[in-house]
Design a protein around this ligand. Structure first.
Ligand SMILES: [Zn+2]
Length: 321
């Protein structure tokens, strides 16, 4: 039995949170396992209502060196090794999908490099947005579920930006809900799923298909997957009305900071000191209004540090501007 608790959110969200045989749900998953960890109950409930589920997988999940070294008992991982790991994760994903009642034909893959979604978005902007738009129009969803903008994994935050830009291209866009895997979201969810004991067991069985992700971080992955699934509506605009940015990075870091701006027209990255910024009255930073053409919406900014680091998670990440 489905245990669905829609919040008292906007009425428009209701259509996104009750499922029928006509529901067509498309999940944007940056990596193999996001479909199960964040959406395993949702998938089952849409399937139980007779609806269709599609998955668009952005990366092959192939950049996963420590679990790979452990499983394959080898230190060096070259291009062949990465391909082999991507193939392993693809097989795991198909098994997990089968356990959630989703056929293999429901999977569309973009084959971008793992940890490479941000660079696809920033350096091949139009092609990246077009590829996701095409995956959406191929499946014809009425609900798209994509990562939250504030997710600290760079592939996830950038997947949100891509999904928003892709949906903005469509004359009649499906509804959008978001999910958070890495990070906290304090808003009230539009949909919260606890799942029945049977659904929870099926989700655990699907997660166990992602063996490669459980060998070194099984506890963490199982904790993430065992939480209630929460899906958030995207407000009409999350942007600060004055173009203000939420960040005040310390001056000592300025030489290494990069500010990127992305909208329908393209993507630009500046060194912090060359970025189109001015100080606001309260000491924060605001984007200088561009001259000429009006700014396309939605529009997003990302602050990052151009220093190689083993830490993959975003410190500042994305905001809507
Ligand atoms: Zn992921």
């Amino acid at each position: 039995m489905a245990v669905t608790t829609p919040s008292a959110g906007p009425a428009a969200a209701d259509a996104l949170t009750s499922f029928t045989a006509h529901t067509r749900l498309l999940i944007v998953a940056p990596h193999p396992d996001d479909e199960t960890i964040a959406n395993g109950l949702l998938i089952q409930q849409v399937r139980a209502a007779g609806g269709e589920v599609g998955i668009v997988l952005l990366t092959d999940g192939d950049n996963n060196p420590w679990p790979q070294r452990w499983v394959e008992r080898r230190l060096y991982i070259g291009a062949d090794g990465r391909r082999r790991w991507g193939a392993r994760r693809h097989a795991e994903l198909l098994r997990a999908m089968q356990r959630l009642g989703v056929p293999a034909a429901a999977l569309q893959q973009l084959h971008w490099p793992d940890l490479g979604v941000t660079s696809r978005l920033l350096s091949t902007h139009q092609a990246a947005v077009a590829a996701l738009t095409s995956a959406i129009t191929t499946f014809r969803p009425d609900i798209v579920v994509a990562p939250a903008l504030g997710d600290r994994h760079p592939d996830h935050g950038s997947a949100h930006v891509l999904a928003r830009l892709a949906l903005a291209r469509l004359p009649s866009a499906p509804g959008l809900l978001t999910y958070m895997v890495h990070g906290l979201q304090s808003d009230t969810p539009a949909l919260r799923l606890e799942g029945s004991p049977t659904e929870q067991a099926a989700k655990r069985f699907a997660l166990s298909a992602h063996h490669s992700q459980l060998v070194l971080s099984g506890g963490r992955v199982q904790r993430l997957s065992g939480r209630a699934e929460r899906f958030f509506a995207v407000p009409p605009s999350l942007a600060a009305p004055d173009g203000g940015l939420p960040w005040r990075p310390p001056a000592a870091l300025h030489p290494w900071l990069r500010l990127s701006l992305v909208d329908a027209a393209g993507a630009h990255t500046w060194r912090w000191r060359e970025a189109p910024l001015r100080r606001g009255d309260a000491g924060g930073y605001q984007l200088s209004p561009p001259r000429g053409e009006p700014v396309a919406s939605p529009r997003f900014a990302r602050l990052s540090l151009a220093v190689p680091s083993p830490w993959i998670f975003d410190h500042w990440g994305w905001c809507e501007v």
